[in-house]
Ligand binder design. Structure first.
Ligand code: ADP
Length: 746
């Protein structure tokens, strides 16, 4: 009900009407209020929504900015990539092109070469091959890329491309396949149907494939075969030459023996001066010819490499001494002194080829004497250290002769080379000696060289390195030697200096005098334990001699012969013959030590038990030589029996019991070596004393000496027979019988 109605002012109808209106107003107000509230709510919501929206819009716009930047950078990166891609693609194109060109060139090159080239894959299938490789299979279609190596071999063999030589085809095939299977494939030469030779060089790569080269070596092989052929022929020729020379030398020597021997005998008969000259010329020419024959023979053998060294234990000092003694007369004839300076402390026994060392030294010393007019020749042997049982040696031959100019120093070591100038032309010789010496020294592992001052002299030196023999010893006196002072009275300068040095080595100080007057002065000047004097001084009247209780005196004799005579005189404490052997030197020192004061050295001559004539057996098939031999022994009180061959010699030995046998080596029926063996057997069987047997031989063949001594002979004399050598052998082996002259010369 409305407020007016409640107040009762209005009639009901009016009231009713008014009430209706009021209610309507209220309702409307209410509705308006509600609407207003709703509006307010909505507008608040709207506001919130708006704010949110604007926030959202801001975020979105931020995001959009970021996104846009990302897109921008992505776009530029894409742009860049696109550029790079283009570049790479063009590079690739260029590279591919270059590779194609290179491949093309390589292939062109492989096509151009005459040798075959191919590549196989790991399954042994041909990948590619050049035309040269395929050309040998010309017309065989199966051989090409894809073909198996085995099939290529088989087809080649079946079609006769490959020449299997002496092998059966199956063996050839097997060996080729075996080879192929290896990791490392050995090169192999095969022959083709057309006579060409191909060297196959295959290499397996890491992937198991094989690179194959087929090199055509036909020309090289042909040349090689030609060379081999030529060499074989040359060698055969050289052998023939060598054999020819060896035979010739033998054939020439035998008759020359007769010539030289007879000439010597002829010279001993009563001849006019002119005839003597002729006889001597025949003899010396014959000897010269024999030397030349030997040189040529040696040289040809060295050339053909047929000359071998024969080593044996030997005493180098003795060897040097023998050469010095042998060449002393020719040196003395020219007024030269020939001295030896031998290292005091070298081992005495070495192992080497004595004969060849003798040859080298004889040649060097012979030359030195030949090319020296005045002064001296000195052989110097010096140890240059010993290692592992080997002795290094330097052997020098020094002279004061014409010398050799620098430009000739190599030349003279060549064969047939001599110095050709005015001073030299007058000397004879083959010009082979030094060539042979050099080759021999080299064969011994040494070297030879020359120092020389034209006009002043030459010094040829060679070095060798020889094993020291087991039985070797080093001589040395018991040191210290209880002698301090020595006096050397010696006219010859080199010998004097050598002796002084040797004495100094064992601690003896020496003073020197050239004359007796000078010597007496030196004795007055100071103390002296021993005097070394040469013969003229030692025998000078009034010179102190040990016999009178004075100072011990050692005689320096000019030769062995003089030494023996001096020894017999018992005037001296000791006697040394020049050149002085180390043993003699040490013996003399010991004698002096023992003889303080004087005690002369005694020698007891060996006498035969029962005087009788000497029995000599000579085996020699050649009548002329028998004659020469008996003539040479005509001064000897002896019965000479000749045997015409080895068999007769053995028989004669049994009947005769000779004191010495001279044995020719080459004889009919039984040679000298065999005969000697039988005689030695007989001696052994019957317990007989060893009979000295001396070989006489015309052989200049290498190895002979060795063989001969091995057969049981004691000495070796080469023909032509020399009276002195034969007498020397008698004196050596049968001293009691020795002819006077031989005894003195030995
Ligand atoms: P040959 O003596 O037979 O001529 P070699 O080969 O022994 O032959 O010597 C060659 C050359 O060397 C000699 O001819 C000589 O000219 C020279 N010769 C050798 N040794 C000497 C030396 N000691 N002094 C001077 N010249 C020498």
């Amino acid at each position: 009900m409305s407020d007016l109605a409640r107040l009762g002012f209005l009639r009901p109808t009016e009231m009713l009407r008014i009430m209706d209106l009021g209610e309507k107003l209220v309702a409307e107000r209410r509705a308006r209020l509600a609407a207003e509230r709703l509006l307010e709510l909505k507008s608040r919501e709207l506001f919130a929504a708006n704010r949110k929206l604007s926030e959202h819009a801001r975020t979105l716009s931020d995001e959009i900015i970021v996104q846009r930047r990302v897109v921008e950078s992505a776009t530029s990166a894409a742009e860049e990539l696109r550029g790079e891609n283009v570049r790479v693609r063009s590079d690739l194109k260029r590279a591919t092109h270059a590779q194609t060109v290179a491949e093309h060139r390589l292939w062109l090159a492989l096509e151009t070469i005459r040798d075959g080239f191919a590549i196989y894959d790991s399954a042994s299938r041909l990948v590619v091959a050049n035309s040269a490789y395929l050309s040998v299979f010309d017309g065989l279609e199966e051989v090409g890329p894809g073909a198996h190596a085995r099939d290529i071999l088989r087809i080649g063999l079946e079609e006769g491309v490959f020449d299997h030589g002496d092998d059966t085809p199956a063996d050839w095939m097997d060996s080729m396949l075996d080879r192929w299977r290896g990791d490392i494939i050995e090169p192999r030469v095969i022959k083709l149907w057309n006579g060409h030779y191909i060297r196959l060089v295959d290499r397996r790569g890491a992937d198991g494939g094989v690179v194959s080269l087929a090199l055509d070596i036909t020309d090289a092989t042909r040349r090689e075969a030609q060379l081999r052929d030529a060499r074989t022929k040359a060698e055969a020729a050289s052998r023939a030459k060598s054999a020819f020379l060896a035979n010739m030398s033998h054939e020439l020597r035998t008759p020359m023996n007769g010539v030289v021997g007879m000439a010597e005998l002829l010279g001993e008969t009563t001849l006019s001066e002119e005839q003597t000259l002729y006889a001597e010329t025949i003899k010396s020419s014959g000897e010269a010819l024999l030397m030349i024959i030997n040189d040529v023979l040696d040289y040809s053998k060295l050339e053909a490499e047929k000359l071998h060294l024969h080593t044996d234990t030997f005493d180098l000092e003795r060897l040097v001494h023998e050469i010095a003694v042998m060449l002393s007369p020719s040196a003395a004839e020219k007024g030269l002194t020939l001295s030896v300076d031998y290292d005091l402390f070298l081992p005495n026994m070495l192992v080497g080829d004595r004969g060849r060392l003798r040859q080298i030294l004889t040649n060097l010393v012979g030359n030195a004497v030949k090319f020296t007019e005045a002064g001296h020749v000195l052989i110097r042997v010096v140890g240059a250290g010993a290692e592992q049982g080997r002795q290094k040696l330097t052997i020098a031959v020094e002279d004061t002769g014409i010398g050799i100019s620098p430009e000739m120093r190599d030349h003279i070591f060549g064969e047939f080379n001599q110095v050709e100038d005015d001073r030299n032309r007058k000397f004879e010789g083959t010009g082979l000696g030094l060539a042979i010496s050099r080759q021999l020294v080299r064969l011994m592992g040494g070297d030879i060289w020359l120092e020389s001052e034209p006009g002043d002299g030459s010094c040829f030196t060679f070095s060798v390195d020889l094993p020291i023999a087991e039985e070797s010893e080093i001589f040395a006196p018991r040191l210290p030697v209880p002698l301090k002072h020595a006096l050397i009275v010696e006219g010859e300068t080199v010998s004097r200096a050598l002796l002084e040095r040797q004495l100094a080595t064992i601690g003896i100080e020496a003073v020197m005098a050239e004359t007796v007057t000078e010597a007496m002065q030196r004795l007055a000047d100071g103390p002296c334990d021993v005097i070394f004097a040469d013969a003229p001084s030692a025998t000078a009247p009034g010179f102190p001699a040990p016999g009178d209780g004075g100072i011990p005196m050692v005689l320096l004799a000019a030769s062995t012969r003089a030494a023996e005579a001096a020894l017999a005189s018992k005037r001296y404490t000791a006697v040394m013959a020049r050149p002085i052997l180390r043993q003699d030197f040490f013996d003399a020192i010991e004698a002096v030590v023992a003889a303080q004061p004087a005690a002369p050295v005694a020698t007891a001559p060996v006498e035969p038990e029962e005087p009788r004539r000497m029995r000599i057996l000579a085996a020699e098939d050649n009548r002329t030589n028998q004659l020469v031999f008996s003539k040479m022994l005509k001064d000897v009180e002896a019965d000479i029996t000749f045997a015409n061959n080895g068999r007769e010699a053995v028989e004669a030995f049994g009947e005769l019991r000779p004191d010495i046998i001279f044995m020719d080596i080459s004889m009919p029926e039984m040679d000298g070596k065999e005969a000697t063996r039988r005689i030695r057997d007989e001696e052994a069987a019957k317990g007989l004393r060893r009979t000295p047997i001396v070989a006489l031989t015309a052989h200049a063949l290498d190895g002979d000496q060795e063989d001969i001594l091995a057969a049981g002979l004691d000495r070796y004399l080469t023909k032509p027979l020399k009276k002195a050598a034969i007498h020397g052998a008698i004196a050596e082996f049968c001293p009691a019988f020795a002819p006077e002259e031989a005894r003195a010369a030995s």
